[in-house]
Write a protein that binds this ligand. Sequence first.
Ligand code: ATP
Ligand code: MG
Length: 371
Amino acid sequence: IIADEPTTALDVIVQKQILDMISRLVAERGISMLMISHDLSVLATACDRIAIMRDGELVEVGESYAVCTTPQEAYTRQLADAFPTIGDPASRMAPVTRHGRGADEVPEITHGDEVLLEARGVNVTYRSGGRPVHAVRDVDLSVRKGEIVALVGQSGSGKSTLARALMGLQPADPGSQIRFDGAPLPSKGRDLARFRSQVQLVLQDPWAALNPKHSVYESVAEGLRVQRFAGDERERVAQSLADAELTPPERYFGAIPQELSGGQRQRVVIAGALAVQPQMLIADEPVASLDASVRGEILGLLLELRRRLGLSALVITHDLGLAWNIAHTVAVMYHGQIVEHGPTEEVLLNPQHEYTRHLLSAAPRIEEKTA
Ligand SMILES: Nc1ncnc2c1ncn2[C@@H]1O[C@H](COP(=O)(O)OP(=O)(O)OP(=O)(O)O)[C@@H](O)[C@H]1O
Ligand SMILES: [Mg+2]
């Protein structure tokens, strides 16, 4: 079997089922396997040996556990570091970037801080073939100013639906209460336009978010034009690109998405979101489609924006390591409900809910093979 990134798009529980199945097939039937992945922890779970490839060459080959824990090459170390170890203080709030580990970022947020977004008793019911689908059930969730909240949960648990409802893009059922900066979500007119500029959505796939025919300049300016921005458009676009660390910005103005790398495309999407000067980002799997080194850079950028601009963020992810890496608090969603929400250390190191424990046990770990 040659398996090329067989589990990349899957949540941890499904991923573990697939990896277990592959391991069983290999053991029972004596099948050989070559598995390709950017995630060392996945390879360490399923494979006996790991070969590290860079720019067309194999830079390191060895027994899986040894390659992950005592890498000989700097590049291997970088790949291993890109996936944080839950519980390791060194990987808390400090994603690894191209320039090494991020500056020591202490999660300075206190429970007294002001609430920016508050959801109370939110329900969302879809109609599918005449039948109701209760995608979000009685959710209470708050995001404080400057706080990064990770929303984790398995595929289909209602994360994206909740995110759309919080942004007013998906109608919530009657009785649901969503308040932003102290006021109920506006439903129309200038208040709605103002609200839309304060909460911006960043999606997993920059390809889907960018028009392939539009230049970087056009893509970033689009939101400003929708908002009828009265200031200097060129200056704001340049500033937003610089904030997303695309410098010098003018060099990117004329580029179309096809001419950019995956990481640069995601930065353009983030620049477009920053252009309208939001108070909050809702990011739905913002790094799931990016490779390990770029992933660290985008996460580092999110932390930096929080620190510098005071942005709040709700980051949706199926990756618990990512939550450990950047979030102040973690909310766990299961069958449409938030079953647990608390400080990251508490939720991930001392989970109270059975589903959270299940999620954690399914997360791939770099462990020595005993069998
Ligand atoms: N437009 C729709 N019409 C009917 N049902 C829908 C619609 N969108 C989503 N659903 C259902 O609502 C539930 C929650 O879906 P949602 O997309 O919010 O999950 P999710 O947690 O974001 O999953 P993933 O991790 O796979 O992105 C699922 O059962 C899904 O089938
Ligand atoms: Mg989703």
